[in-house]
Design a protein around this ligand. Structure first.
Ligand code: ADP
Ligand code: MG
Length: 425
């Protein structure tokens, strides 16, 4: 494994020379950040950090506000000058190197992604994507090529000649991310890049980043104060407190084996149940049968096509009514061959296992043991939210927040005409 970023005994103290010297001595004597600022006026930003970030990993630095995350990140490319310690990038020293060399590293190896993904309204999507390269002085042809490549990676190339207002808010954000990636740095530094986004778009961007990362295999150092986000995107996570790194590990290691009380409290504070519940393990069912709009022949055809042995049944309000079995529907259709409209209403079974969205994965395990079909996740109003299979439970335990795929559900409306076709055939 190649080390992309190596951080050794790194310290940053903010303050005058004399205050910093005093603060250093106090740190050595084991004084706290609070005592130090009181006595000297100097603030400990980062204290004696040691981290190795591997090439190709998404490394998350997490911690409360003021814990030293930004200071740490900005020391990696020396936007902030360290007080003590060493940093190297792919084996090359960043600390103690010449200004020229540093400039080269910033241009070729490391790039900083800022929070603002806003686009220029009067530039096209392509021009917007080129912009970062343009201000670096990259020539037109070269930057256009790079921008097109970045848009292609994000599946946005078809929009390149459109203007931002022709795209949804979420898509615009994705263009912003493509712009950040267009200069193709080996290491990306992202400081709370998604924190200002509204929650749904934020989730999209997290997914987008994970997807892009699978393709691009960059080294990403991502800062967040949000555990959910850290677990979703991070291969490993470093947790900081008062300038110190208190634990480094995978999300699972940190959740199951918090290094100390602080980590434990941090995890509890962020509502651990949110991480491992039915809601997080469930998937949207691939096909639902709306009993008010779709009949037995549609059901049968669908089950044959998808090789399902049963279908979940809902009504127009998306309330879960139960399920129908393939064998029941087949026999029914055969028996009533001559009838045009055939409803599955009389065939609905109701012994399906059901849980609430906030049911913990542990409880679902118990339910699963007795069930021979996926478990339905239903809200208080009886609406079907999703399905959890044993595979999904295991996945969610392995990765903590394996996200459901929101795009694979066929809408009831779209299949309505198909039902008419089948009926009329
Ligand atoms: P985070 O990004 O985790 O919120 P920061 O790295 O911004 O934390 O800050 C770490 C500590 O350093 C905080 O106590 C903060 O007040 C202090 N700090 C940050 N920047 C400066 C600065 N330019 N001058 C003095 N203190 C600073
Ligand atoms: Mg910060």
């Amino acid at each position: 494994m190649t080390t992309a970023v190596k951080i050794e005994n790194l310290t940053k103290i903010y303050g005058s020379r004399s205050a910093t010297d005093k603060a250093k001595k106090m740190l050595e004597a084991g004084k706290t950040k609070e005592e130090i600022v009181k006595q000297t006026g100097a603030t400990v930003g980062v204290h004696n950090a040691n981290i190795e970030i591997n090439q190709g990993e998404t490394f998350v630095i997490m911690g409360l506000s003021g814990s030293g995350k930004s200071t740490m990140l900005r020391m990696i490319n020396r936007l902030i000058e360290p007080t003590a310690g060493k940093i190297s990038i792919f084996g090359e020293p960043v600390t103690g190197t010449s200004k020229d060399k540093l400039r080269q590293i910033r241009r070729e190896k490391v790039s900083m992604v800022f929070q603002n993904f806003a686009l220029f309204p009067h530039k096209t999507i392509l021009e917007n994507t080129e912009f970062g390269l343009e201000i670096q002085g990259v020539g037109k042809a070269e930057r256009q090529k790079a921008a097109e490549k970045a848009l292609e990676n994000s599946g946005l190339l078809t929009f390149k000649d459109q203007y931002p207002n022709q795209l949804s808010g979420g898509m615009q954000q994705r263009v912003g991310l493509a712009r950040a990636l267009a200069n193709d740095p080996e290491i990306l530094l992202m400081d709370e890049a998604f924190s200002a986004l509204d929650p749904l778009i934020r989730r999209d961007m997290q997914d987008e980043l994970v997807e892009l990362q699978e393709k691009l295999n960059k080294t990403i150092v991502f800062i967040t104060h949000d555990l959910d986000e850290a677990l979703r995107i991070g291969d490993r996570i470093a947790l900081m407190k008062d300038g110190e790194v208190v634990q480094v590990g995978t999300g699972e290691e940190i959740l199951t084996n918090p290094a100390n009380d602080y980590v434990e409290r941090f995890i509890e504070n962020v509502d651990r149940s949110k991480v491992l519940t039915a809601e997080h393990a469930m998937e949207k069912p691939k096909f639902l049968l709306n009993v008010e709009r779709q009949g037995a022949r549609m059901a049968l055809r669908r089950m044959e096509e998808e090789d399902y042995t049963f279908l979940m049944v809902i009504n127009n309000k998306r309330e879960l009514l139960g399920y129908v079995r393939g064998t029941d529907v087949a026999a029914y259709v055969k028996k009533n061959r001559n009838q045009e409209q055939l409803s599955v209403a009389s065939l609905i079974r109701t012994d399906q296992p059901v849980v609430a969205p906030d049911t913990s994965i542990n409880e679902i395990y118990d339910v699963m043991g007795n069930a021979n079909m996926p478990i339905s996740v239903v809200d208080e109003g009886g609406h079907l939210l999703g399905m959890v299979s044993s595979k999904m439970v295991i996945n969610s335990l392995a990765t903590d927040t394996d996200e459901d795929n929101n795009n694979n559900e066929e809408t009831v409306n779209a299949t309505h005409t198909a039902e008419e076709e089948v009926t009329n055939a």
